[in-house]
Design a protein around this ligand. Structure first.
Ligand SMILES: *Cc1c(COP(=O)(O)O)cnc(C)c1O
Length: 354
């Protein structure tokens, strides 16, 4: 057989890209992926309709999401996770794509996969938006899309609302072209005290919001939503694959979203556990946990590799973020029991270091 190098056939931007790394690591306590430890879905009689294609427009689901967000169903686009919507946004509008760093890795991965220019602007030393640098970069590069994850992953904090607004207002006030769309990724907003940007959508036509069910108990369904003006939605809807969200996910989500009480209970438990994690971690000498508005805590250690492996040896899986934020690890808030196991293991690993 001829030995051919297939990767030479791929486009250069794909060749230099590395596939998203989502390894399945066996563990006893899984606190690495910002999922909810709770699952509240009451699944019934969904299986009977599997001979049919799903509703391509996910009408029932979009109606429920629209009601919850106080917008119209025409303002909602459903995605196979918000990842897919990020893909659709960059497919529709193209680049340059601007985002602060460190942040959620998919903005950069998808921009590169689609051959679009990436503009990365470092956060300031409080992990907040460096407004001067961002405004300068907007003027210089005229990005089509600006992605702001708030609360930000992996740092956990919300960006100051007035800085976000400055960016929105600045880009909104520019002449019709260049004209940047500002996407606020609110994947972790349910865990935060900061207000959602959804109520401002009517005021700024260039403002878009992303939401997801992944962090509030339904990561396996793969369901995300773009909330934006009708004209944005109808443009992005042109690139959406017809049956992007399957029947099972639509049906389970509709059921699960009917039980808002349980979802809210789980979210409050996770918020109070995040607070406990932070308080307990502050007492451990040799680590620096950062305040969080999300369902995880980022913390700095002396040797991230060592602490990560030490925890894993005790069966506790967290995320090593040292590639994105030097010497940092990220732990997701789990159930009270899981968090107790993590805290005990962390104390032991840190103590054995000294
Ligand atoms: C987890 C995460 C997402 C991805 O959500 P899916 O809906 O699961 O694709 C989007 N944005 C940020 C900032 C995230 O951390």
């Amino acid at each position: 057989m001829k030995n051919i190098n297939i990767s030479l056939l791929a486009k250069p931007n794909i060749r230099s890209l590395r596939a998203y790394h989502a390894e399945e690591v066996p563990c006893k306590v899984k606190l690495d992926a910002n999922e909810s430890p709770y699952s509240g879905a009451r699944v019934k009689k969904i299986l009977q309709t599997l001979n049919r294609y799903p509703d391509p427009e996910a009408k029932q689901l979009r109606k429920i999401i629209a009601e919850g967000s106080r917008v119209k169903p025409e303002n909602i686009l459903h995605g196979n996770g918000s990842d897919e919507l990020i893909y659709y946004l960059i497919t529709t509008f193209g680049g340059p794509v601007l985002y602060p760093v460190p942040t959620f890795s998919m903005y950069g991965i998808i921009a590169q996969a689609l051959g679009e220019k990436k503009i990365e602007v470092p956060l300031d030393n409080k992990f907040d938006l460096d407004i001067e640098k961002i405004l300068a970069a907007i003027k210089r590069y005229k990005p089509k899309l600006i992605f702001l994850s708030s609360p930000n992953n992996p740092t956990g904090n919300c960006f100051s609302s007035d800085r976000i607004l400055k960016i929105v207002e600045f880009t909104y006030s520019l002449p019709p072209t260049p004209y940047s769309l500002v996407v606020i990724d609110e994947a972790y907003q349910p865990f935060s005290k900061t207000k959602s940007f959804v109520p401002l959508l009517g005021k700024y036509g260039n403002l878009l919001v992303l939401r997801t069910l992944s962090k509030i108990g339904l990561a396996g369904l793969r369901l995300g939503f773009l909330i934006a003006g009708e004209s944005v939605i109808s443009e992005v809807n042109k690139v959406r694959l017809p049956f992007n969200v399957n029947s099972l996910s639509q049906a389970v989500a509709v059921e699960a979203l009917k039980d808002k009480k349980q979802m809210r209970r789980h979210i409050s438990s996770i918020i109070s556990e995040r607070k406990r994690l932070l308080a307990e971690m502050r007492k451990i000498e040799g680590i620096t946990p950062y305040p969080s508005d999300a369902n995880f805590v980022l913390f700095k250690v002396n040797n991230a590799e060592k602490v990560y492996n030490g925890l894993l040896r005790k069966g506790v899986l967290i995320r090593n973020m040292t590639g994105a934020v030097k010497d940092c690890l990220r732990v997701t808030a789990g159930t009270p029991g899981e968090n107790t196991v993590f805290l005990k293991a962390l104390r032991e690993v840190i103590n054995s270091e000294n």
